[in-house]
Design a protein around this ligand. Structure first.
Ligand code: IDP
Ligand code: MG
Length: 168
């Protein structure tokens, strides 16, 4: 009984996956091409909740931590140049299965392989300019969110329409 009343007042507490969070970033090419609004709209209309957002010019230091597993790749220098070439809009989105669902929404790393209807499949044609970043695992998302955001920059808030997006 106590758990049910807790869920009534705090509907997201204790529901596996509902509080899952992921890091989504509109890369410099997406910002330059004024795609930020369209990309955000896809996450909003899908039913996810925005809990953090900022615009910044990323440092090489932050980027090398973000892409730590790619540092030895031959394309890393050009990736570094691309990602530091202009402002990025970085966001944290929350919701059921958001990591996996957002990877599907973003599409294949190589836009030439990305399905139509995905962000990369609709807005890009080449792997060197693929518009958007999305964390690839729950653990990766937690690491990236801590890297890009201070705790106080993330908002805990309740969507009034949560009953329309989740059956608890
Ligand atoms: P992801 O962004 O789909 O998770 P990752 O393999 O993690 O893909 O690569 C990170 C980013 O590095 C890609 O989004 C893309 O910008 C860049 N990248 C990956 N592979 C290549 C490549 O072969 N050439 C140029 N850039 C690449
Ligand atoms: Mg990746």
């Amino acid at each position: 009984m106590a758990i049910y009343s807790l869920l009534f007042f705090y509907p997201c507490i204790g529901i596996p996956g509902v509080r899952e969070r992921t890091l989504i970033a509109v890369k410099p090419d997406g910002v330059q091409r004024r795609l930020v609004g369209q990309i955000m709209q896809r996450f909003e209309q899908r039913g996810f909740k925005l809990v953090g957002m900022k615009m910044l010019q990323v440092s090489e230091e932050l980027l090398s931590q973000h892409y730590q597993e790619l540092r030895r790749k031959p394309f890393y220098p050009s990736l570094l140049h691309y990602m530091t070439s202009g402002p990025i809009v970085v966001m944290v989105w929350e919701g059921h299965n958001v990591v996996r669902t957002s990877r599907i929404m973003v599409g294949d790393t190589n836009p030439a392989e990305a399905q139509a209807g995905t962000v990369r499949g609709d807005f890009s044609i080449h792997i060197s300019r693929n518009v958007v970043h999305a964390s690839d695992s729950v653990e990766g998302a937690q690491r990236e969110i801590q890297l890009w955001f201070h705790r106080k920059e993330l908002m805990d808030w309740d969507c009034y329409d949560h009953n329309s997006t989740y059956q608890l």
